[in-house]
Design a protein around this ligand. Structure first.
Ligand SMILES: Nc1ncnc2c1ncn2[C@@H]1O[C@H](COP(=O)(O)OP(=O)(O)OP(=O)(O)O)[C@@H](O)[C@H]1O
Length: 438
């Protein structure tokens, strides 16, 4: 692997989608709110390496891959391929880029005409780019079929006559047809049985060595990533939160999200499996309205409290989760207590009932004991909900508990193994004793 200039350089790449605005938005003429699928991604991909891109479903991996290849137009940012800005390519330069960079999808046939023979599927890029004579193209298709482990005489067959693994080999042959330098592999083995996965991954590895290929491997499967990649970038809600050499990332994950992701890999023993269910709790926030500051803070088990707050992480996390629910108005106030004893939504709660209303609500919403001072603050906030004063409740909690994680966006610094997390960039870890690995 060369450590020279990167083959692909991605800077602050953004891809927003304005499609699918809700009907309610349109009816009320509200301003369109885009899905921020890729929201400021910077990455370098070096010649001959395999860079893994990993993250939960919907975090923007495929959109990032397709935007890098200019299969989707970026909203903002810059991609350079071999030193050239991809957005500015046109004519023969764009055509050259289109042949030097390819993509392999999870199932290459889902979007292809099932009436096309395998030969014509693989030959199509050669036809489009006008490479060679008809006979030369036919010969090239035979070579490619053999190179990916299929018999050359199968070129007149149809996709449905092949197994999943064979079809993926055909997808790879098609991607190789124009002798590319760079291939985006988008979940290339997710649809395959485990035994077939290994064969396809080995084939990709052999081809990389033989043709000096550079790969961006998109996968949510951490064992595939670990097995195949040289470096890994971890993506969360449209952003990269950590990048590092594969061993460093797996042995010493720094970002709480990376740690949670690695912890969520199924384990062999039952005890471990039980533990795993606890990690990565909470819903992924909407990419239309991502949290301020660090996007992972709403689920982070290490969210940083204000200075000198006398709370352990569990209690602080519980209060932060309550705060988020208050801010999102995501607490049902219609029937609080046994048999809907309290209902602030029909004219508020009488003054004398407020302490009991607060007590009932706190028992429902917080399963952690708090020191008396914090009990008081939380109670004051919940008392505001007796009159549906959501904003006042949120303000009371924010004044007492605002975290640097929500105020400031952590940035990915330079270096071999950067991480975008205030636990590192601000130099101190307030939970170092409870989380010795940080
Ligand atoms: N054409 C589109 N129009 C609107 N939203 C889109 C479009 N394509 C993707 N999205 C949204 O962008 C976000 C990122 O999607 P993307 O497919 O890139 O994620 P992913 O990490 O590759 O997920 P998966 O592993 O499930 O494919 C999602 O919220 C998705 O719904």
């Amino acid at each position: 692997m060369s450590i020279d200039e990167p083959l692909v350089r991605v800077e602050d790449l953004e891809k927003y989608f304005w499609e699918n605005d809700s009907i309610v938005d349109r009816l009320f003429g509200d301003e369109a709110v885009p899905v921020r699928a890729v929201d400021g991604v910077s990455l370098d991909i070096y010649r001959g390496e395999t860079l893994g891109l990993v993250g939960e479903s919907g975090c923007g991996k495929s959109t990032a891959g397709e935007t890098i290849l200019r299969l989707q137009e970026p909203t903002d940012g810059r991609v350079e391929f071999d030193g050239e800005p991809v957005a500015e390519l046109s004519g023969s330069d764009l055509q050259a880029f289109r042949s030097e960079s390819q993509i392999v999808f999870q199932d290459p046939f889902s979007s292809l005409d099932p009436r096309m023979t395998v030969g014509s599927i693989i030959r199509q890029p050669l036809d489009i780019h006008g490479v060679g004579t008809t006979e030369q193209r036919r010969e090239r298709v035979r070579e490619l079929l053999e190179r990916v482990g299929l018999a050359a005489d199968q070129l007149d067959r149809y996709p449905h006559e092949f197994s999943g693994g064979q079809r993926q080999r055909i997808g790879i042959a098609r991607a190789l047809a124009l002798e590319p330098d760079f291939i985006v592999l988008d979940e290339p083995t997710s649809a395959l049985d485990v035994s077939v996965q290994a064969q396809v991954l080995n084939l990709l590895d052999d081809l990389q060595n033989e043709f000096d290929l550079t790969y961006l491997l998109i996968s949510h499967d951490l064992s595939v990533i670990r097995h195949v990649c040289d470096r890994v970038a971890v993506m969360y809600l449209g952003e990269i939160v950590e990048v590092g050499p594969v061993e460093a990332l797996f042995e010493d994950p720094k970002h709480p999200y990376t740690q949670a992701l690695l912890e969520s890999v199924p384990r062999a023993s039952t005890d471990e499996r039980e533990r795993d269910r606890e990690t990565l709790a909470g819903d992924v926030p909407s990419p239309r309205d991502p949290p301020s500051g660090c996007r992972f803070r709403t689920r982070c088990p290490n969210v940083i409290p204000p200075d000198e707050l006398d709370l352990d992480q569990q209690a602080y996390r519980a209060i932060m989760t309550l705060r988020e629910r208050v801010e999102r108005r995501d607490i049902s106030l219609e029937s609080v207590g046994d048999d809907g004893q309290f209902d602030p939504t029909s004219g508020g709660i009488p003054e004398e009932d407020i302490p009991e209303f607060v007590e009932t609500l706190r028992t429902r919403l917080l399963d952690t004991d708090l020191p008396p001072r914090h009990d008081r603050i939380v109670d004051e906030a919940l008392a505001e909900l007796a009159d549906e004063n959501w904003d006042e409740a949120a303000t009371r909690l924010r004044e007492a508990y605002e975290s640097v994680c929500e105020r400031k966006q952590p940035t990915l610094e330079n270096g071999d193994h950067p991480v975008a997390c205030h636990l590192y960039t601000d130099g101190s870890d307030p939970f170092a004793e409870t989380n010795p690995q940080l």
